[in-house]
Design a protein. Structure first.
Length: 642
């Protein structure tokens, strides 16, 4: 261990893993840097109280226990992208900033993708092995050219217009592939159309539109409940015969059994894999396992998770996180904060539970309203994007000097379930991400203590999210006024097709977030864990049918609630009331959500629809969803992970 005298006043930085010396050299100019080689968890607990910064890679587990013992810690810096080894909620609760390096290794990952693509196209690994075995089999290793072929990209990511400012693997892969003469098509519901156009990328709305075009297919999304196994048998069957598949993102996004079957049938001509569902694979100990068979298949090439393994990438992430440590210890904002923003401490304590609430609301919107499986013939899960949102604060929140953390939390929640930016959306870059993805948010405030008639329910602030389709000139100021909400009543009266708005409302009670409204339905649940939301006709027997189906699948139900349609008698009424309230807020009325002229919740005399909300112990499979839809009387079903 390198150390200085105990009396040295320099802030102390602990580095328990090997880091590139370039970044550490920057820190040593003004800080005391202690490199400790692989300390045990017990040793870490003993020494951590004296340190203000902790720099880790992927091996050190930064647990809630360790963070609680770190009484002087101000920042945890992860030299890499993923923060799975850091208890981010615990750090946030303690006011410890967590930073990472989201762009330090993206060039390396993109180049590795292209390397695998070319190696697969020209059968380089097999040919190399053949020559080293003393053979000369030129006719056996005839490949294909990539010029003129179509590369499909799942997860284009974010980026700016100049090539020097691209900040996603997908966009860099697209740029490199265009240089090889390939045609590029991509599926990413929140990708910026202008950025895609500048990169000569054709955006398509769904996997079913993308896959039949592909000669090569590459994936660049995170591993989430919504992306696990997203390329399975049905999706692979949509690929053009003879297509080739790459995965340099996360193991498990491609169903390995389905990919093996597609290779064996010849429908997929080749696979190139850098990441696996189990790492490292145990080929020798279990040669009959699906993953072993996949790796041993002659048309599969594999590398041991080398996407970020370049000298330059390791130097980049080291320099990046070390510079951010210096910024934070100097009291400045970091550029890649994963969790808590730096704001007025008193306001931060008030905002903290609402940051969690608003992020959950955004994630709930994307997962529930955008991906619900409809109970209609041929109904399937689709992404129906609304890009304009109203975020309304009532009560105490309306008096905050800054609501940037809430805005950032909303953007993070909206994009996390369907993008690779879960860890990268923060107070620093939220507005940029929103602009690049075409998401427009207006924030409205009402100090009315009545909270729309809900002021006596034990909470001081209410947050309402209204999602709608709309367009306006992009603006860097998220507080700019917009073109105005659609007048649903007039539109329907005139016979015009009116697209539905969606509403989610919530509050916090003793720092616990609650969802109090989903569209017309009055709810009361904590948005946490795996949940199943069924929109059904309110008729006898529905609870029993759903319970029986889940019981047969051995799914445990942690809680269940039934939400009545309490806000207006129909969609038209609910939208009209919302428009009246929003109009009142834009005119400066302090009673835009309460007081005279505002519709308060009215319980229909004979409600015909309801929401059944269930907390379950695991993700619900598609076959269960289809069975629920098939029972009759169920209008839609969505599984969400919050």
């Amino acid at each position: 261990m390198a150390s200085t005298q105990d009396s040295d006043p320099k802030p102390k930085v602990l580095v328990p893993e090997k880091l590139s010396p370039d970044g550490l050299a920057i820190l040593r100019k003004t800080l005391q840097v202690d490199e400790v080689t692989k300390p045990s968890p017990a040793d870490l607990l003993k020494i951590i109280p004296t340190y203000e910064a902790l720099l880790v890679r992927s091996e050190t587990k930064v647990t809630a226990e360790l963070l609680a013992a770190a009484t002087n810690l101000k920042v945890v810096a992860r030299a890499g992208v993923g923060v799975d080894n850091v208890d981010v909620p615990a750090a946030t609760k303690l006011g410890i900033v967590v930073v990472n390096s989201p762009s330090g290794n993206i060039q390396a990952a993109a180049e590795h993708t292209i390397s695998l693509l070319m190696s697969m196209a020209r059968k380089v690994p097999e040919a190399c092995a053949s020559v080293k075995a003393g053979k000369w089999e030129r006719s056996k290793f005839v490949g294909v050219e990539v010029k003129g072929k179509t590369l499909g990209i799942i997860g284009l990511g974010k980026g700016r217009l100049s090539s020097s400012s691209i900040h996603s693997v997908g966009l860099i892969v697209a740029r490199l592939a265009r240089g090889l003469g390939m045609n590029i098509a991509a599926m990413d519901p929140y990708a910026s159309a202008s950025v895609a156009e500048s990169a000569n990328v054709t955006l398509v709305p769904s996997l079913s539109a993308l896959l039949p075009q592909c000669d090569f297919l590459t994936i660049h999304t995170p591993m989430l409940a919504s992306t696990r196994g997203m390329l399975s048998t049905s999706e692979l069957e949509l690929l053009k015969p003879g297509a080739r598949v790459l995965n340099v993102a996360r193991g498990g996004i491609v169903d390995e059994a389905a990919l093996l079957a597609a290779l064996e049938s010849g429908h997929v001509a080749g696979a190139a894999i850098d990441v696996f569902s189990s790492e490292p694979p145990r080929i020798e100990s279990d040669p009959e396992a699906t993953l072993s068979k996949l790796l041993l298949h002659p048309n599969c090439i594999a590398t041991p998770h080398l996407g970020a393994s370049t000298v330059e990438a390791q130097e980049n992430v080291s320099l990046d996180v070390c510079e951010q440590v210096l910024q934070i210890l100097a009291g400045d904002l970091p550029r890649s904060a994963v969790n808590a923003p730096i704001i007025v401490p008193k306001e931060y304590r008030t905002l903290q539970p609402f940051v969690r609430l608003v992020e959950k609301m955004g994630s709930l919107y994307t997962q529930h309203f955008s991906r619900a499986v409809a109970g209609v013939p041929g109904g399937e899960s689709t992404v129906q994007v609304r890009n304009t949102f109203d975020l309304i604060y009532e009560g105490e929140l309306a008096g905050m000097s800054s609501t940037k953390p809430l805005f950032a939390a909303l953007i993070k929640g909206l994009v996390a379930p369907i993008s690779d930016e879960r860890s990268n959306v923060n107070i620093v870059n939220a507005e940029m991400v929103a602009k690049e993805r075409g998401i427009f948010v207006t924030e409205q405030k009402s100090r009315d203590p009545g909270l729309g008639g809900q002021g006596q329910r034990g909470y001081s602030s209410l947050v309402t999210l209204v999602a709608r389709s709309g367009s306006r000139a992009p603006s860097m100021n998220r507080h700019d006024s917009y073109l105005g909400p659609m007048d649903a009543a007039k539109g329907e009266a005139a016979g015009r097709k009116v697209e539905r708005q969606h509403v989610i409302a919530g509050y916090c009670s003793e720092d616990t977030p609650f969802i109090s409204r989903l569209d017309r339905f009055a709810t009361s649940f904590v948005p946490e864990g795996n949940m199943l939301i069924c929109h059904n006709y309110d008729s006898p027997g529905k609870i029993g049918v759903v319970g029986s189906i889940l019981g047969r699948e051995e799914v445990n139900i942690n809680f269940m609630g039934v939400a009545p349609a309490s806000y207006g008698a129909g969609v038209k009424d609910g939208i009209e009331a919302l428009n009246q309230r929003l109009a009142g807020l834009r005119k400066g009325s302090s009673t835009g959500w309460g007081g005279s002229g505002t519709q308060t919740p009215q319980t229909p005399k004979e409600p015909t629809e309801a929401l059944m909300i269930l907390g379950v112990d695991r993700e619900i499979g598609d076959h269960v969803v289809k069975e629920l839809i098939g029972t009759g009387g169920v209008l839609s079903v969505s599984g969400v992970l919050l």
